[in-house]
Design a binder for this molecule. Structure first.
Ligand code: ADP
Length: 484
């Protein structure tokens, strides 16, 4: 009887395999059902009742298409027909079902036909990918909204330089679709040499939780320059520190800014000549004002005062546009700071009330552009008078060890979250308020002057207590002063 299995053994093996199938069917986490030839569901597992939210009794006896969303019924039916009519042994499709709560459930469907005795059945696995589907859709929506705002996001591993990025990054960086994958090196290479060096420095200097703020120019395939703004933060919560950042194409904004600058520059240039003539005429009148006509003398005085204000405004506009084009040229020389303070403060209108007090070393020498440094001081002191009108004493301090000069007042102070913008072009804390006149250029110009000297500028301020505006310049050795 060698090689022949007794009938009793077959039976036992069959029962055992049936048992195994039943166990797998009920325990598998994939939603599963068995249907008969009339497509009626005859058996479901727990995963399927969980997926649809109906009990076993509510599902068995029905057809799966009773739970399908309308737009999938025809294609599903066609596949069923093909399989049952002997065309295919199985079929696959992605479809959408509606569960008991009315929520949509996305499933990968695999149905395979099998026979048991003389009857045919089909076994279906419904693999839920609703989570993936909504994830992909939200990713798609995010990509679309990023695209509309000409923005992209990226995540850079700062150790190996690998980059994960959203769809629009390549386009923003002016890269063609088929070019190599982006990483730290290729990202840097997109920028023109000067900007690349600056970005590389910023990326290397990133430390725990520090942030990145950078605007640079990239070359596009058609030879045009694009402006790209990168903004991000270093996150070192994971295994390796990652830079999470956004990239935005700001070319349009830069162009608009450029047109505005060009207009301001041309307009202030054109205004300058007639203003100089007008100014000269008014000064002449001031010198020869008729003593016998006090009203006329008063009017001449007022006209001169307004003329000085207009001149300052035009000078500020001209300086600001020159600086934005990087056209600030310094004429450095050695000079005594206390004398420079005295000289420039003599021109400041103290309204007969404010006292400008110089504290510090009277012999302190600076090697810088005296006219520009005086311009910064005039702006600081002018602001102290403007924004702290009730404060009599305005102090100017000069500290030798770092050559730091500050102007302090006990005026209204500045909100901490606005301080970071004070040196931006056209920024005004109270931009809507009409209490104080101004156009928000003084501190921007001051910052550009100090930056050009290689120095630092800042403010410490407390709301309601006052402000101290300061700048510091790199210390120059006496022999350099002599050479200068
Ligand atoms: P402007 O005075 O023409 O507005 P600035 O660039 O000189 O332009 O100053 C920018 C802003 O900084 C001002 O609008 C003001 O809100 C704020 N500010 C400057 N100096 C002071 C100060 N001493 N106290 C309070 N706020 C100040």
């Amino acid at each position: 009887m060698d090689g022949i299995i007794p009938e009793q053994d077959y039976k036992e093996r069959y029962i055992a395999s049936e048992e195994r199938f039943r166990t797998i069917f009920s325990l598998t986490s994939a939603a599963t059902k068995i249907i008969d030839e009339s497509l009626t569901i005859i058996k479901v597992n727990k995963a399927l009742t969980d997926l649809l939210g109906y009990g076993e009794q509510e599902i068995c006896g029905k057809k799966i298409l009773d739970f399908a969303c309308a737009e999938y019924i025809d294609s599903w039916k066609a596949l069923q027909y093909k399989m049952w009519s002997g065309g295919e042994p199985f079929f696959r499709l992605d479809a959408c079902l509606k569960n008991k709560n009315g929520a949509l459930v996305w499933v990968h469907v695999t149905t395979i036909i099998f026979s048991d005795g003389d009857k045919r059945f089909a076994y279906t696995v419904l693999d839920d990918f609703t989570y993936m589907k909504s994830f992909h859709e939200s990713e798609k929506r995010l990509n679309m909204s990023l695209q509309y705002s000409r923005m992209a996001v990226f995540d850079m591993d700062t150790l190996d330089g690998n980059l994960t990025y959203s769809e629009g990054l390549r386009e923003i960086l002016g890269l063609a679709e088929n070019e190599i994958r982006l990483d730290r090196g290729t990202l840097l290479d997109c920028f023109i040499p000067d900007d690349k060096v600056e970005l590389e420095g910023l990326l290397t200097a990133l430390s725990s939780n520090s942030s990145l703020e950078f605007t640079g120019r990239v070359n596009t395939p058609n030879g045009e320059l694009k402006w790209v703004h990168l903004q991000g933060r270093l996150d070192d919560l994971g295994i390796s520190p990652r830079l999470l950042a956004t990239a935005q194409d700001i070319t349009k904004e830069k162009k608009a800014e450029r047109y505005k600058d060009d207009f301001i520059s041309i307009a202030s240039h054109e205004l300058r000549t007639p203003m100089t003539i007008l100014s000269g005429t008014l000064q002449l009148l001031e010198r020869n004002k008729p003593a016998e006509l006090p009203r006329v003398s008063g009017l001449i005085g007022q006209a001169n005062k307004s003329m000085r204000k207009i001149n300052t405004l035009i000078e500020d506009l001209l300086h600001a546009s020159k600086m934005s084009e990087g056209q600030l040229h310094l004429h450095k020389t050695a000079f005594n700071i206390s004398r420079a303070v005295e000289e420039c403060c003599a021109d400041i209108d103290t309204k007969g009330f404010h006292k400008i007090i110089f504290e510090g070393d009277n012999n302190l020498e600076l090697f810088a552009d005296p006219e520009r440094i005086q311009q910064v001081l005039i702006n600081f002191v002018g602001n102290a008078i403007k924004y702290a009108p009730d404060q009599e004493n305005i102090k100017i301090k000069a500290v030798e060890d770092v050559i730091s000069i500050s102007v302090s007042d006990s005026g209204p102070g500045i909100d901490a979250d606005k301080v970071g913008h004070l040196f931006d072009r056209y920024y005004r804390v109270d931009s809507d308020g009409s209490q104080y006149s101004g156009i928000g250029l003084g501190l921007y110009i001051s910052a550009e002057i100090i930056k050009k000297h290689g120095g630092k500028i800042g403010v410490s301020s407390e709301l309601g207590k006052g402000s101290e505006f300061w700048f510091s310049l790199p210390k120059t050795l006496p022999e350099e002063i002599e050479q200068g």
